[in-house]
Design a protein around this ligand. Sequence first.
Ligand code: SF4
Length: 701
Amino acid sequence: MASRIVRAACPHDCPDTCALLVTVEDGRAVKVAGDPDHPGTQGVLCTKVSRYAERTYHPDRLTTPMRRVGRKGEGKFVAISWDEALEEIATRLKGIAARDPQAILPYSYAGTMGLVQGDSMAARFFHKLGASLLDRTICASAGATGLRYTYGASVGMDMEHVPDAKLVIIWGGNPIASNLHFWTRAQEAKRRGATLVAIDPYHSLTAEKCHRHIAPMPGTDGALALSLIHVLIRDDLLDHNYIDRHTVGFDALAERASQFPPAVAAEICGIPAEDIEWLAGLYGQLAVRERQPVAIRLNYGMQRAHGGGQAVRAVACLPSLVGAWRHAAGGLQLSTSGFFPVDNAALQRPDLLPGWPKQPRTVNMSTIGDALLDEGGAAGPKIEALVVYNSNPVAVAPDSRKVAAGFAREDLFTVVLEHFRTDTADYADILLPATTQLEHIDIHKAYGHTYFLANNAAVAPLGEALPNTEIFRRLARRMDFAEPCFADSDEDIAAQAIVRGDARAQGISWASLKEQGWQKLSLPAAPFAEGGFPSPSGKCEFYSETMAREGLDPVPAYVPPYEAPATAPELAARYPLAMISPPARNFLNSSFVNVDSLRATEGEPHLDIHPEDAAARGIVHGAMVRAFNDRGSMLARARVTDRARQGLVVGLSIWWKKLATDGKNANELTSQRLTDLGRAPVFYDCLVQVEACTEGAALTS
Ligand code: SF4
C-alpha cells in the first residue's frame, strides 16, 4: 500500500492554526494528526479536526453542481454540469451588472482562513465586476478596532512564553473549547505556580479549572477594566517609567477611571467589589512590586456587546500601566494577525475596481437580514444577486428570522459554494461543490501565534468539487475578464501572499513553506518591552488623537449594553434574562454540526439556567424550554446549573437550524444592532424570557 505524509494546516477560524500531518494511503486520507514538531501544535489537535477525514469523506459531501427545484429553503436540488452552472451564473450576473453591479453582493467569512481559498481570486472577481463590497465584521472587528486605536494594530504577546507567567487572566473566552493550545500552556504555567483567573459570565470548563472565576454580566467588561485601572492608580501600582516613556494620555485615562471605584463597577457588573480589589491588587503587586510577568489572554466573547470596542481598549491599557510588556511572558494577546506581512493588494487586487480608487457601496455582513430586505435607494440598489462562500449566514448571522426572509426572496439570485447542504445552501439557486482543505493548496497566517503555514493538497478533489479559486477563475473566463491575474494558478497566488522584503518574514516564502510546513516570523520575544507600538505615536494610546479626530470618545469608556435593566428597563421587565451563545466544544461556529460523532457528543441544543431562575419559572432539569423575545424564539433542553450565573442563560452554539429541535437556533433571538467600534454584531447583548413547555406543545409551537 502506497502511504505518504502530507504537510497541511488547519483552515478553521481558531487562533491555534495547527500544523497538520495527513497520512494518505492509495490516494485516500486516512489520518489527520497534529505535527509534533510545530511548537504551537505540539502534536495535538482538537477533537473536531482530528475527525477531519470523517468530515471530508462524509456521505453528504456535495460532489456535483446543483440547481434548485424546490422552494427556497426546502433544499431540493437536481445535479447539473459545471458548464450549465457556470453559464447560468455568468448570464445572470452579466444581466444584473449591466444595470448596476452594486446589486451583486459577495458574502464570505472564515469558513477557511486560507489566504488563497479565502479571498484572492474571489475578491479579484468581485472587484473587477464592481460588486458591492462586504464589510466583514461578524466576529472580531469590534476588538480589532479597539486594539488598533490603542496599539495601532492587532498585535500582542507571544503565547509560547505563557508557561513563564505568574498570573494568567483569561478574559472573555473558553480556551478548552476554542483555544486549546493556549490552554495547555496556561496549565503549564499553573503547574509552575501561576495563578489562573477566568473572567466570563459563564462558569465554563475553563473557568472551572482556574483558581478564581469572576463572572460579570455580559457587556459590562469595560466597567470592570476601568475599575481595575482605578485601583491600580489609587494604590500606585504603576510602572511610572513605562507609562512616561511608552504611553500617551495617562491623565485622561486616570480621570475616566476615577468614575469607576470598585463599589460602582461591582454594581454595574453584578459582582462583589472584593473581586475587583483582589484582582487589581494581585496584578499590580506581581507586575510592579515583584517585577514578575503577568499575562492577559483576551478573547472575542467580551467584545460581542454594544461597548465591545471600548471594553477592549480599556483592557488593553492594563499591561502598559504596570509595565507587563517588559517580559516575554507578560502583556496581552487578543490577536497576533497584525504582525503578518500579507500582501492583500496583490491577493485581492482592489485596483481592478471600476473607477478605482473610488469604491462601490459597502454592505455590513452583520446586518445581512436588513440588507436583503431593503428595497434600495440613495445608499445603493436592492440586492439582486448574492454569492456565498466560506460562510453559512442563515445559521450564523444575527436576527435569523429576517436573514431567512431575505434569503427566501424569490427575486434574489443566490449562488452558494459549499461542502455540505447547510442551512444557507438550502436557499441557493445554484449550489456549487467546493473542495475541503485536504483537496487544495493554501497558505495561512494565524491570530494566536506567529507562524506562517503551508497547506499542501493531500488528495484529489472528491467528485467534481473544485477549489474556490478555480470556480472564480472559470467564472471570470465566462465573464470575459481578460486581466492576466485571472489566469494565476493557486501556486502563483500563494507565492504572492507574503510582502517581499519585509524583515519579519525574512527567509519565508511559499517555496520554503511548502517544504517545511511552517516558519516563525522574526519578532523580538517581548515585542513592546521598549515600546515601539505600531500606533501613530509609536506608544500605547490611552488617549487616541485619531479617535478624537473621527468624533469618537478618545479615552477608553464604559458603554453599557443596549439590552440591560439600566438602559432598557421596559424591555428588561418583559425579558429579564441575559442570553449568550458561546461556542459548543464540538462545533466550530457552524462547522462540524453535521459530523454525526461530534453532534452526538453535544446531544441536542441545551439552555443552561441558574437554579433560582429555573425554580422561579417552574423549570426542572431536563425539561424542554422555550427562550423568546420580540425577535423570535427557540426550543432547548434545560440544564439547571449554577454554571450560568443568576440572571443569565447560556445556549452553547452554533447549531444548524435544521438539525436543532425546532429548526431554530440562538440567532433567532440575537439582534442586528452594532458595537460602538468596528460595526460588529452584539450577539451577547440579548435579553430573553424563558418558559417551560410540554414536549408536544413545544414541538408544534
Ligand atoms: S480548530 Fe483550532 S485547535 Fe482544532 S485543529 Fe484547528 S487550529 Fe487546531
